[in-house]
Design a protein around this ligand. Structure first.
Ligand code: ADP
Length: 357
């Protein structure tokens, strides 16, 4: 391989030199002949075979010396301005191919180097940065999914072992069976959310626009939580504008309300309050889901839309940290805006705004 490389290099060098040499020889010969003939004419010198032969030899020697000299200068110049940089780029690209996304190339300050090299280097560095980000996301995602799967699996295993004990009372049997059922439901919920998020991220779901009554959808979705608010004795306050027709994807928006309501009820203690508000103008609608629960600190708030992030671990078993990531993704797809106002211990308000048409 190395021998082949060397052979190839020598061949390329000779090819370049002869190309250069022929061009220079041709130019120098033409100029010299012109010069000699003009001089002979003006000075009335007769051109004999001898003096022609001597000057031809001298010219030939000159051409060879000059062309070799230029060739060397040009090779060194190319080595410094082009080959060094292209080698750096090629080496860095090889590292990327091998999976090392930490590689970066420093920009060239060499005045004689082509400015385009810096453009290529900039693009290359950005590409490496993006690839490194995607790789981190991928590995984090796999780590998170495995971690999230372990807990319910361990719980189900425990309950399964307990269920095998002979002579269990009916009450215990029911309790352990419920444990297995809860664990499997949690796993199934997580898988459903991962699949939804995956489809949304790959943009396999495109908004299906249809006209429907947004207030009605909010009320129906809220009613799904009737048992929860009754159990926790949570007060419900609604301020939902009538007859707000929107032209958007009903199924996708259902995901948003469902996750926001489920969080509001989850993070609001017994005897608390959850309020839902819908306001609309000709152009846009604003939905607010407000609770007076535990609230979110600024440190937690900075991460709540990240996949698998759970700020409040006391409710960790009731979720998997994917809800708000889904909400954010849907709002982005619908080109809406999502905001949250919250203060620790006082409650949170999630605000969703999107265009009506
Ligand atoms: P999960 O609810 O499964 O933990 P989410 O993605 O829905 O996951 O929420 C992420 C985190 O955001 C929660 O763990 C919690 O810390 C915080 N959070 C979301 N909604 C509320 C809320 N209404 N009140 C307080 N904290 C909230």
């Amino acid at each position: 391989m190395k021998n082949n490389d060397l052979k190839h290099k020598i061949q390329r060098g000779l090819y370049n030199y002869f190309l250069f040499f022929t061009l220079v020889a041709f130019l120098v010969s033409c100029t010299t002949m012109l010069f000699v003939s003009v001089m002979a004419n003006t000075l009335n010198i007769e051109l004999t075979k001898d003096n022609m032969e001597a000057s031809a030899k001298l010219t030939f020697l000159n051409v060879i010396v000059l062309s070799v000299l230029f060739f060397i200068i040009d090779t060194v110049r190319r080595k410094l301005t082009t080959e060094k940089i292209t080698k750096q780029i090629a080496d860095a690209a090889k590292k990327i191919v091998q999976g090392d996304f930490s590689v970066r190339i420093s920009t060239v300050n060499n005045l004689s180097a082509d400015e385009k090299f810096n453009e290529i280097i900039d693009c290359f560095n950005k590409m490496a940065e993006e690839l490194a980000g995607v790789e981190t996301l991928r590995t984090d995602f796999v780590a998170n999914v495995s971690h999230e799967m372990k807990t319910p699996l361990a719980i189900m295993q425990n309950y399964g072992t307990l269920l095998q004990a002979p002579g269990l009372s009916e009450e215990k049997r029911m309790e352990y069976a419920k444990g297995v059922a809860d664990g499997s439901r949690r796993l199934a919920d997580m898988m459903t959310n991962i699949l939804k998020l995956n489809r949304l991220e790959k943009q396999q779901i495109y908004p299906k626009t249809e006209e429907y009554d947004l207030g009605e959808q909010l009320c129906n979705c809220l009613l799904n939580y009737e048992r929860v608010w009754e159990d926790k004795n949570i007060e419900i306050e609604t301020d939902i504008a009538d007859d707000v027709k929107v032209n958007t994807d009903e199924e996708l928006l259902f995901l948003v309300w469902n996750n926001l309501f489920s969080n509001a009820f989850k993070f609001t203690p017994k005897g608390g309050k959850v309020a839902v508000e819908l306001k609309a103008t000709e152009q846009y609608v604003v939905v607010k889901v407000k609770d007076n629960g535990c609230g979110i600190s600024p440190e937690v708030g900075a991460h709540i839309f990240e996949k698998f992030y759970q700020g409040d671990t006391s409710h960790a078993t009731q979720g998997n940290g994917l809800g708000l990531a889904l909400v954010k993704r849907v709002v982005d797809i619908l080109q809406g805006e999502l905001g949250v106002e919250s203060s620790l211990g006082k409650g949170s308000t999630f605000v969703v705004k999107f265009w009506r048409i």
